[in-house]
Design a protein around this ligand. Structure first.
Ligand SMILES: CSCC[C@H](N)C(=O)N[C@@H](C)C(=O)N[C@@H](C)C(=O)O
Length: 349
């Protein structure tokens, strides 16, 4: 069943007759339109229309099989008003701006607007074969670029030179960086999202590199922490504890497992090493059209893994003023377990 057909069923179950889709990744998922920041979709009981403006007339026609209406607001809303008169229409409460909602209220006075959350995001969690292929290609490229850049991670290099090299190589290969490359060396490793700075890497430090390729609309996400020279015994201990937690959580990945239980496996191991407090984020997340999407692999998550999900497993330990370690792999949940999509070596330190 296509995502649009599944969505129609979900819309009906939510007690609405239509849905105004404004979240860019959801617009792209439903339409294939590759400039979804400038697109919206109105899904009704018997159809769906892509709204975008005249900059995209040709592009939208080439990319999407949906009926299209080319205009800018307020004409967009006026045209859509025909399809929502007297209807209960859902909107994406987790992404529509307050101004966007005011516009809908102003132009659709006869519609009852109903806030809904995560409806399309839920459908996006299970990837199609094409989507898996796209993410495999993105991760293969990220692995290749990491291998090329790995020799540059030495004492005397600046973090930002490594990041620039990664970004340049991704761009030359026709991709983009999925997010600002994280290169966090020495004490900066205590920042889970320490974007590359001008800091010069010193001998004996650990360096955390978190990178992803954005290719054909899909993202990859992977982290490696590498040693430059001989790190301290304490940082070696932290590294090995994080690796143990990561490998144990990966081994437990299979359909039907609760995401919260996977988080607990990793957290318990780190706690056993006295590093429970140092693991300051969730175990992982889904990846796809967005770097962070469902399922959520945090302790409070109600999500259950299913075949076709693409997720990260990424425990970390962060010691303020000392340093940090994160090791992250990208995995496909398969019918009988998992496949690790990221292949960059996890060096022994
Ligand atoms: C700014 S995108 C960075 C991507 C990175 N690989 C990543 O996922 N980092 C995790 C530590 C993270 O942000 N996890 C989220 C889901 C969280 O725990 O809230």
């Amino acid at each position: 069943m296509s995502q649009l057909q599944q969505l129609r069923d979900a819309v009906r179950e939510a007690g609405v007759t239509g849905l105004w889709v404004s979240h860019p990744a959801n617009v792209r998922a439903l339409t294939g339109f590759t400039s979804p920041e400038d697109g919206k979709v109105l899904v009704t009981a018997d159809g769906a229309t892509l709204y975008t403006d005249a900059r995209y007339t040709v592009q939208a026609r080439e990319e999407s099989g949906l009926p299209q209406f080319i205009a800018r607001p307020p004409e967009t809303y006026k045209h859509a008003a025909e399809g929502v008169r007297g209807q209960r229409v859902g909107f994406e409460a987790d992404s529509l701006t307050v101004a966007g909602l005011e516009d809908l209220k102003e132009h659709w006075p006869d519609a009852e607007l109903v806030p809904l959350r995560g409806m399309i995001q839920g459908l996006r969690q299970i990837k199609t074969a094409d989507e898996i292929g796209a993410m495999r290609a993105a991760q293969d490229l990220a692995d290749q670029v990491f291998a090329e850049v790995r020799p540059l991670i030495v004492a005397g290099s600046r973090e930002l030179d490594i990041a620039l090299e990664i970004e340049t190589r991704l761009r030359k290969a026709g991709a983009e960086s999925a997010f600002g490359v994280i290169v966090a060396s020495g004490p900066r490793g205590a920042m889970p999202h320490g974007h590359a700075s001008a800091r010069v890497i010193q001998d004996g430090e650990l360096v955390t590199v978190d990178m992803g390729a954005y290719l054909n609309g899909y993202n990859s996400d992977m982290t490696r922490t590498v040693a430059v020279g001989q790190p301290s015994d304490e940082m070696k201990r932290v590294y090995n504890a994080v690796l143990e937690a990561e490998e144990a959580a990966i081994r437990a990945v299979r359909p039907g497992v609760r995401a919260a239980d996977l988080d607990k496996i990793a957290r318990d191991i780190l706690t056993g090493h006295g590093l429970g407090e140092a693991f300051v984020h969730s175990l992982g997340h889904g990846v796809g059209l967005e770097v962070h999407e469902g399922p959520s692999l945090r302790g409070t998550s109600e999500d259950v893994l299913a075949a076709g999900m693409v997720i990260t497993i990424e425990p970390g330990a962060y010691l303020p003023d000392v340093g940090g370690v994160r090791i992250e792999d990208l995995l496909l949940v398969t019918e009988d377990g998992y496949e690790v999509l990221s292949h960059s070596p996890k060096d022994a330190v």
